[in-house]
Design a protein around this ligand. Structure first.
Ligand code: FES
Length: 178
């Protein structure tokens, strides 16, 4: 069912009217509507935090591409998420300046402490660990990460130990760091 049919049938959209309006405006900027698919999916994700099948289908219909094409794009770009985020989201900046200052080691320690891989959420839905695709503007205070919009910087030595313990507590895995 395309978007016109959905509207005619009165199907409820999984997106708000405001977000749909933003998507229409964004897609309208491109001579070829399908070029607007990636930005449209990003706009949708801002609202829904991840992209479940009904959201992907709605965006695909609005852009005028097949659901399969939209699914393919979502699978390809790791910044587009198909799974819900945890209550606590730990996003480690691993861009080059931070990578040169221990970002990968920090990511590895967090993954080990949480017993998950970067990109995953703990089985209880408490903590998601992400590798950032953008610089947070705190390169001189790396290794660093952002926890639910709060910056955590200079994560070395005792600060790192305390942070790992805090993250384990958030995940319900207290006392596992030695
Ligand atoms: S590169 Fe990591 S904060 Fe800038």
């Amino acid at each position: 069912m395309n978007v016109q049919d959905q509207e005619a049938a009165g199907s409820a959209s999984p997106l708000s009217a405001a977000v749909e309006e933003r998507i229409r405006a964004e897609v309208g900027r491109y001579p070829q509507r399908r070029t607007g698919l990636l930005p449209a999916l990003k706009i949708a994700q801002e609202e829904t935090h991840f992209l479940p099948p009904p959201v992907i289908a709605r965006v695909a219909d609005m852009v005028g591409v097949s659901h399969a094409s939209a699914n393919e794009l979502v699978t390809f770009y790791s910044m587009l998420r198909t799974k819900p985020l945890g209550t606590t989201v730990v996003e480690v900046c691993a861009q080059l300046p931070c990578a040169l200052r221990g970002a990968d080691e920090l990511l590895g320690l967090l993954a080990a402490a949480l017993e998950i891989e970067p990109g995953d959420t703990t089985p209880n839905g408490a903590v998601t660990l992400l590798r950032s695709h953008e610089c947070f503007g705190a390169c001189n205070r790396a290794p660093m990460c952002v926890v639910n919009d709060e910056y955590r910087e200079n994560l070395r030595g005792k600060a790192l130990e305390a942070f790992l313990a805090e993250v384990e507590t958030a995940a319900g895995l207290e006392g596992q760091t030695s």
